[in-house]
Design a protein around this ligand. Structure first.
Ligand code: MV4
Length: 450
């Protein structure tokens, strides 16, 4: 088993990983940029190494600096968390070359799932439902027109190097094809250096429902049921819940089986998430597979009583999984608290937290790295806390979330607390009646303003 793990990340997820390592008797090494000198993960870790100045590309994304930190502290594992290098195939391979265990997927699996058209072809071979569409990449706009004619409008064209909505266009008729195809290729080439596009039938008003999986080094995988992540703004998740209000027992069985089949087909190792689009008839289709731990993993932990970071470390250490699947026994909701102003187009609001009072009590979990007096740096993601409530029923979990949000005091910066408080009063949300279109009509009500 690991003696010392370096956490190649910052903020709440770095703390999250350090906590589980401590419980497992594993020493921890934090890495930090100059901007994070006063951050909690630096204080909680057994050792800490400054790896560079504030900008991510000179610190948290700088592979040589992170490998050097692991070498000088003699770490035998590196946990990448999410974001940064967590899905960087080159980093996974370099760790292996330095005989440091990357606590995540292999470089090959990251590459395979990172190319969206390849991932989809792989899933099709595995017998996982995929959205009807083109066989592989579109050669040019004429090929796109022919494919669209074959499957019928509306269609969605997507960047194979994309994900998270970048380089994606919904096309409703042939006369829109040329300009959308050209602009999508341009955007994808600029963003990813790869303009490869593929096409799918457009699924209207889909839900985003993902299945947590864990695979071990012996080709076995299990699932831990679903998370509904449909409430998103510009492809940023705002809140997630499990079980999904749209789920049925039989759909959960089918989606769980498909996710396990996907993971076992590629001999997936580690914690992963198989994302599906679900249409209003409850047909589900493979969308993407994420080869990392996700921000929203705590709601799954809460309802199946399972430590996903611990499982990642055990699996990376060669321990086989039990093989059983896990089903929600409770209901859990996560609200992502960002230092953003919901009354000003959610624009970032970095700065110093002058007053902090955090919620607590039965069924309330708060994963955060902030403290009173903490200076939120402008260089990184704006998420400062994840507020998670868990109860026997959805209604009780929502009620608990309302109460916890009302207790949560953060002064000195604007946050999305008022947005979440309004959401917990929204009739469609309360009815569990929401899709990925939910935020399109959302307007902030001044009565929730601090
Ligand atoms: C789709 C779709 C409708 N039809 N594919 C968005 C980013 C990436 N995960 C894929 N996405 C979508 N793919 C087809 N064939 C609608 C979306 C989509 C979406 C999906 C999940 C969560 C939020 C979304 C917001 C807009 C569009």
């Amino acid at each position: 088993m690991f003696k010392k793990i370096l956490i190649a990340n910052r903020g709440e997820i770095a703390l999250r990983i350090i906590r589980t390592c401590k419980e497992m008797g594993i020493k921890t090494v934090a890495v930090y940029s100059k901007a994070d000198e006063e951050s909690l993960h630096v204080r909680f870790a057994d050792e800490a190494v400054c790896i560079g100045p504030a900008p991510s590309h000179e610190s948290y994304l700088k592979i040589p600096n992170i490998i050097a930190a692991a070498e000088i502290t003699n770490a035998d594992g590196i946990h990448p968390g999410y974001g940064f290098l967590s899905e960087n195939a080159k980093f996974s391979k370099i760790c292996a070359e330095h005989d440091i265990k990357f606590i995540g997927a292999s470089g090959e699996q990251i590459e395979k799932m990172g190319d969206k058209a390849t991932a989809k072809e792989t899933m099709k071979k595995a017998g996982v439902p995929t959205v009807p569409g083109s066989d592989g990449l579109l050669k040019d706009v004429d090929h796109a027109r022919k494919e669209a004619k074959k499957m019928g409008y509306p269609v969605m064209i997507k960047a194979t190097a994309g994900g998270g909505g970048k380089g994606m266009r919904a096309i409703w008729s042939e006369d829109e094809m040329e300009k959308n195809f050209e602009s999508a290729v341009k955007e994808a080439t600029a963003a990813f250096g790869n303009g490869g596009m593929y096409m799918e039938k457009l699924i209207e008003e889909p839900r985003h429902i993902e299945i947590q999986v864990v695979g071990d080094q012996y080709g076995k995988a299990c699932h831990l049921s679903e998370r509904d992540c449909s409430v998103q703004r510009r492809h940023q998740k705002l809140t997630e819940e499990t079980p999904s209000p749209f789920m049925t027992d039989s759909l959960r069985e089918e989606m769980g089986k498909a996710a396990v089949k996907a993971a076992e087909y590629i001999k997936y190792e580690g914690a992963g998430t198989v994302e599906f689009l679900v249409d209003k008839h409850r047909n589900f289709y493979f969308m993407e597979m994420n080869t990392r731990i996700q921000v929203e993993h705590p709601i799954t932990e809460q309802v199946v009583d399972y430590d996903l970071i611990r499982e990642q470390i055990l699996v990376a250490g060669g321990v086989p999984i039990s093989g059983k699947n896990y089903y929600p026994k409770l209901h859990s909701i996560e609200c992502r608290i960002n230092a953003e102003d919901p009354y000003n187009d959610f624009r970032p609001s970095p700065g110093k937290i002058t007053t902090l009072h955090t919620p607590g009590g039965h069924g309330v979990r708060l994963d955060t790295h902030v403290y009173s007096g903490y200076m939120i740096p402008p260089n990184y993601d704006s998420m400062i806390a994840k507020l998670i409530t868990t109860a026997q029923t959805r209604e009780e979990a929502i009620n608990k979330m309302r109460r916890a949000l009302d207790e949560f005091v953060i002064e000195g910066v604007k946050t999305t607390i008022p947005f979440h408080r309004q959401l917990m009063d929204h009739p469609d949300y309360l009815a569990g009646n929401y899709t990925t279109k939910f935020m399109e009509g959302f307007k902030m009500d001044p009565k929730y303003q601090d």
